[in-house]
Unconditional design. Structure first.
Length: 383
């Protein structure tokens, strides 16, 4: 019993009956069991129900890498590696084979590390950067090319580029961290060095719902399906990566109506300003009676609309990052056949987007996402 200071128990109170130790232990066991059941019920688990089945493993081998063939997992790590200047194609193939071995074992729950247990879902991808592709004269699609400079860019070379871009994702940051150690061991044994590293995350959302970015808006609504043939060269594609710092304090200080006009969508539902549901197709040409656009000409949704690019779309699988109070934002990872699409969109955004005052692009990379591997053909074997 808690006794407040200045209010001692009354010494004249009648003596309480003594409770035997055995009875006390029995009562405690009953109470503990009841408390456990109540706690389980409060957090949504029926104590009488069987334990939840473990999540299924993500197959590592396949025509396309699991980092794109599987749903987004909520914890991720991007690694950019540089190879020695005299690295050959054999050096690259050896490095990729070592990485592929680690990732295949991790996906199968067979990685020899006591910190990992079972077959927790793991997805990954590996992509060859433009500089290494040019240096080794790799036979890759002609569309693979660096991006031009954009107005307002503040790119940090220490956060940009890389000969090889790796991404590993899992349900928990713990798993990502352990796998990162194994990947770095394999990379360093082949002579590679870390150029930059970046962790990212998705907020928890119910299955089937679109996650929100740090501005509070749903991010990734109008995405093509990963199987869309318009994204692929056979079973490979091109990654455009941008690290974008977001001035969340300034943006969220705007009135909700101002935020929605800048974005072109409703904050609560994610619906476009011309619709009522999140998945409604934004009508960028609809106007008010006075002739002004319902989705403003400077809104993010309008300027990034596929209608302005002949219907061409990129697959966006972005993550938030939080590296401190003054460095929070978006890891924009987009996949497409031709990065010229990103260039067109970004030029429009840099010129007119109402979000631009709240965004700073400080990291960038373009890389060729390799086709998937097989047990008899590791990543990069066809380079």
């Amino acid at each position: 019993m808690h006794i407040e200071r200045g209010n001692p128990q009354d010494g004249d109170a009648p003596a309480r009956p003594r409770i035997g130790r055995r009875a006390l232990l029995s009562a405690g066991a009953v109470l503990a069991a009841g408390a456990g059941a109540a706690t389980a019920t409060a957090f949504g688990r029926d104590p009488a129900a069987p334990p939840a089945a473990p999540a299924a493993a993500v197959p590592h081998h396949g025509a396309r890498q699991s980092g794109l063939a599987y749903r987004q997992l909520p914890a991720t790590r991007l690694l950019a590696l540089d190879l020695p200047a005299d690295a050959s194609r054999d050096t690259l193939r050896g490095l990729l084979a070592g990485i592929d071995k680690v990732l295949a074992a991790a996906s199968a729950g067979a990685l020899a590390d006591p910190r990992l247990s079972g077959t927790a879902p793991v997805s990954s991808l590996a992509a060859v950067g433009t500089a290494l592709a040019a240096r080794l004269k790799l036979d890759l699609p002609a569309e693979l090319a660096d991006l031009p400079a954009f107005p307002g860019d503040r790119l940090d070379p220490a956060r940009s580029g890389g000969d090889l871009i790796l991404q590993v994702s899992a349900e928990q940051p713990w798993t990502v961290g352990v796998l990162t150690e194994h990947l770095l061991t394999a990379a360093r044994s082949a002579g590679a060095a870390v150029r930059w590293s970046q962790a990212g995350f998705l907020p928890p959302v119910p299955d089937g719902e679109t996650p929100r970015n740090l501005f509070g808006f749903k991010d990734g609504t109008a995405n093509p399906d990963a199987a869309d043939p318009g994204l692929w060269h056979a079973d490979g594609t091109i990654l455009v990566y941008r690290r974008i710092r977001m001035d969340t304090a300034a943006f969220t200080a705007l009135p909700t109506g101002g935020q929605e006009l800048a974005m072109g969508r409703r904050l609560t539902t994610g619906a476009p300003l011309t619709g009522t549901a999140e998945r409604d197709d934004p009508d960028i040409y609809a106007k008010h009676p006075d002739g002004s656009y319902i989705i403003p000409a400077t809104s993010h949704v309008r300027l990034s609309s596929p209608r302005l690019d002949g219907g061409a779309r990129m697959l966006r699988r972005g993550y938030s990052y939080d590296d401190g109070p003054d460095d929070r934002g978006l890891l924009f990872c987009a996949f497409m056949r031709d990065p010229a699409l990103f260039t067109r969109v970004q030029n429009r955004l840099a010129e007119k987007d109402a979000l631009t005052p709240f965004l700073t692009h400080n990291g960038s990379a373009v890389a060729w996402v390799l086709p998937g591997s097989r047990p008899d053909r590791p990543l990069g074997a066809t380079l």
